[in-house]
Design a protein around this ligand. Sequence first.
Ligand SMILES: NC(=O)c1ccc[n+]([C@@H]2O[C@H](COP(=O)([O-])OP(=O)(O)OC[C@H]3O[C@@H](n4cnc5c(N)ncnc54)[C@H](OP(=O)(O)O)[C@@H]3O)[C@@H](O)[C@H]2O)c1
Length: 429
Amino acid sequence: MEVKIGLLGCGTVGSGVIELVQKRQDMISRLTGLQPKITHVLVRDPQKPRQVSFIDEQLTTNADDILEDSEIRMVIETIGGIEPARSYILRALQAGKHVITANKDLIAEHGTEILETAEHAGVDVYYEAAVGGAIPLIRPLKESLTANEITDLKGIINGTTNYILSKMTETGADFADVLKEAQELGYAESNPASDVDGLDAGRKLAILASIAFHAKVTLDDVEVTGIRTITAADVAYAHELGAVIKLVAEGTDRDGNLTLQVRPTLVVKDHPLAHVSDAFNALYVRGDAAGDLMFFGRGAGSLPTASAIVGDMIEVLRNLRMDTALRVRQLLLPHKRVRRGQGEPARYYVRLAVNDQPGVFAQIAAIFGQAEVSMETVLQKRSRQNSAEIVIVTHEVGQEQVTKALNALSAVNDVQTIHNVMPVIGGAQ
Ligand SMILES: NC(=O)c1ccc[n+]([C@@H]2O[C@H](COP(=O)([O-])OP(=O)(O)OC[C@H]3O[C@@H](n4cnc5c(N)ncnc54)[C@H](OP(=O)(O)O)[C@@H]3O)[C@@H](O)[C@H]2O)c1
């Protein structure tokens, strides 16, 4: 039996979906006993050259052709952004259509509304592609690992910043130059704020944490620091310390108290996350029964993302075959306490510029001592006339103590600037 599908959007991801469905048509029919058929594809500009071939009748600029067609059982949303994607998805659900989306912005901001609408209508919403591209994360967290209490999530979940930081490490170039090159090559958006300011990773962490920690988590709960302040000097110091800089998303659940942070982090080269380069993503998960797990793979791209979407599509077809829906319910998530500025104890990298005078380092050491922050490594270099640069790596310490020391440092006249502060992971503890 044929199952009619409407596809919203035919850009990078949508065209990958068409290609993969065409390629795997026979296999999908064999696996599910149903034949998926994309009958309509919604675009903005029908004259635009496309990467895939399809019959012209499929293309439409009118969403009603999909949303009001009662024969269409499933809608795949690859438009992106909040509106009109949100309205289209809500209308599809209200019309009894199952929905698959790759839209992390929408799930992170309006996930509850969308899931509630689906529940009410008795249909499913799948969004495996919204986090980690090809890497299966949502379903393992929601299904395979359900027997666990998950306590820790830690990973690299934004390809653009990982590409920029990898290139800065390889070439020694500064952030602005690498960003410009990444934009020219299409690896970064013309407006890169969502990626480089850490918001995209924050939204993805909110989605993962909601599922893993069974809690209502939104971007507002996540403390986010982007990578704009990372300079070639930080990258060079990281190298001297045997580390690379990565944008790391971290969530912990300690007896119902959550900490959720996205921060540039020094990752010592013996840590597996140090080797996750370019557009790759990786996520560590710790479950009380499963122990440590690591997921790794391509976090974006046409076919990698389509792989996740078509996997969801096959799941919906299986459900349709069994005449079932809402097997895995995701509602009624409670709010949990979110602790800010209280990340897990870690070593910290602190780079500061100070007046190049005798006694300044002694003042800094005294302040660290008063805050009970002990130093593991100190690098000191003269940078300019009357200015010295000091890089300190602390022993493992609570985030609150580091903040206390930094607040005290910023009041010292001889401290010119605190350039950067980052946690350090990996290395001998
Ligand atoms: N790109 C990736 O690697 C990747 C990875 C994971 C998740 N995602 C998510 O997947 C979604 C799609 O990303 P993408 O990279 O494929 O975007 P894209 O290349 O910009 O494609 C967007 C498509 O949506 C259509 N569209 C946009 N606004 C529309 C509107 N108002 N009405 C009708 N059609 C509209 C566009 O039509 P025209 O072609 O006519 O302009 C285009 O075909 C986003 O939510 C993104 O976050 C992307």
